[in-house]
Design a protein around this ligand. Structure first.
Ligand SMILES: [Zn+2]
Length: 352
C-alpha cells in the first residue's frame, strides 16, 4: 500500500470586527487538498456554529407548500406518468421503458448525452430525506444497472456511464418528484476524466490502486471512516467537493459490469441511512454521482466511487451555495468538519 498524504495549509485572517466591538480578531483557516486531485476546500473555524446565515435549516412547511403547488402538473405522479412517458426504441428496450416496483426508467426529454435516462423513484411526489426506504432505492438502482448494460450491449461506443441525482430545486432539479438520471456516453465528463487519469497515474507510480489504498488508510485512521455495507465502503471526503460530502468506494469493483444484486442492496441500505442523518441535520437537498471505469476494459487502477453532497436547503428565496469559489475556482467551503460528520454518520450505520 502506498502512502496517501492528507495535506493541509494553515492560514490566518486579521481584521477589526464590528461583531467584537471593533477589536482586532484573528480567524484561523485550514485549506485542505484532495489527496488524488489536489482540489482545495477551506474551513474557517469562526463559521462553526454560525453556519445558519450561509446555510439555513430547511423550512419544512415551505417545502410542503411547494410540493402541494407542483403536484397537479407533475408528470411523474401516479395519475399521469404513463400518459406522458417517452419510450426507447424496441431494439434497445423491448418494452420501451423499464419498470420495477414503483420505479420506472425512460428517456429524458432533453438529453445531455446520447443516452440520458430518467428514473422515477416511487409514487410519492415529495419525500423528506427520512423517507427513502432501501427497497425503493434498490429498485431504482437495479433499473439503472439494467439500462447501463442494455445500452452498452446495444451501442458498444457507450463506454462511460454514470448514475446521478439532483434532489430538490436548490440542487438543480426541475421537478420535486424524486428521480435519478443515468448518462451513457462515448465521452467522460470533466471530473470523471480527471479521476480516471489521476488514478492511472497513481497506479503507474505506486503499482497499487488509489481507491483500495484510500479505503485501507481511512479505515486504519478511523477519523473519516463511517462503515461498510457488503463491498461498499463509506467515508467522509477529506477535502469535500460540496457540503457534507459522503464518498462510497467499491475497492473490488472496477465498473458497473461487475456489480451484483447484493451491491445494489448494500448501496441502498447505506444511502437510506445517510439521507436519514442528513434529515436529522435539517437538510433537504442533494446531488450525487456514481462513477465507473470504462465498461469495455479491465481497469485495475480504478474502482467504482460515488460522491453525495448536500445543496442549499429548501427555504423561501434560497441563496445558491455555488458561487465563484465553486463555479469558477473549483474550490469548496467546509461548514461541518468531515471528521465530525463521520461520527454523526457512524451512529447506527447499517454495517454488514
Ligand atoms: Zn410528482
Amino acid at each position: 500500500m502506498a502512502h496517501i498524504e492528507f495535506r493541509t495549509e494553515q492560514q490566518e485572517a486579521v481584521f477589526h470586527s464590528p461583531l467584537e466591538n471593533m477589536q482586532e480578531v484573528k480567524q484561523h483557516l485550514e485549506v485542505r487538498f484532495d489527496p488524488l486531485t489536489g482540489r482545495q476546500s477551506v474551513f474557517n473555524s469562526a463559521m462553526e456554529g454560525k453556519a445558519k446565515t450561509a446555510f439555513p435549516d430547511t423550512d419544512f412547511d415551505y417545502l410542503e407548500q411547494r410540493a402541494k403547488k407542483t403536484e397537479k402538473e407533475c408528470f411523474l405522479c401516479p395519475r399521469d406518468w404513463k400518459k406522458y412517458t417517452p419510450k426507447y426504441p424496441e431494439e434497445l428496450v423491448p418494452t420501451g421503458i423499464l419498470e420495477k416496483g414503483e420505479t420506472a426508467l425512460f428517456p429524458n426529454l432533453f438529453p445531455i448525452a446520447p443516452y440520458h435516462s430518467l428514473i422515477r423513484v416511487g409514487d410519492k411526489h415529495l419525500r423528506t430525506l427520512d423517507d427513502f426506504p432501501p427497497d425503493v432505492l434498490a429498485d431504482a438502482f437495479e433499473l439503472a444497472l439494467e439500462f447501463v448494460r442494455l445500452c452498452y450491449a446495444y451501442d458498444p461506443g457507450m463506454r462511460y456511464a454514470t448514475i446521478n441525482a439532483n434532489y430538490q430545486l436548490p440542487a438543480g432539479a426541475s421537478v420535486i418528484h424524486p428521480h435519478f438520471q443515468i448518462l451513457s456516453s462515448p465521452l467522460t465528463s470533466t471530473h470523471h476524466d480527471l479521476i480516471l487519469q489521476k488514478s492511472a497515474e497513481y497506479w503507474e507510480h505506486n503499482s497499487t490502486n488509489y481507491w483500495q489504498d484510500l479505503v485501507s488508510t481511512e479505515k486504519e485512521l478511523g477519523q473519516r471512516w463511517i462503515g461498510q455495507t457488503g463491498q461498499a465502503h463509506w467515508i467522509t471526503a477529506f477535502s469535500p467537493m460540496g457540503q457534507n460530502e459522503i464518498m462510497v468506494v467499491w475497492p473490488q469493483k472496477q465498473s458497473f459490469m461487475h456489480w451484483t444484486r447484493e451491491d445494489v442492496w448494500d448501496l441502498a441500505a447505506g444511502m437510506s441511512h445517510v439521507f436519514k442523518v442528513w434529515y436529522e441535520m435539517k437538510l433537504s437537498s442533494f446531488n450525487f454521482s456514481c462513477f465507473s471505469a470504462p465498461l469495455d476494459e479491465e481497469s485495475p487502477y480504478f474502482s467504482c466511487i460515488m460522491r453525495l453532497v448536500n445543496r442549499q436547503n429548501v427555504v423561501p428565496d434560497h441563496r445558491t451555495d455555488d458561487y465563484f469559489l465553486q463555479k469558477l475556482m473549483h474550490n469548496d467551503m467546509i461548514i461541518n468538519r468531515p471528521e465530525r460528520l463521520a461520527q454523526w454518520m457512524g451512529e447506527g450505520f447499517p454495517s454488514t
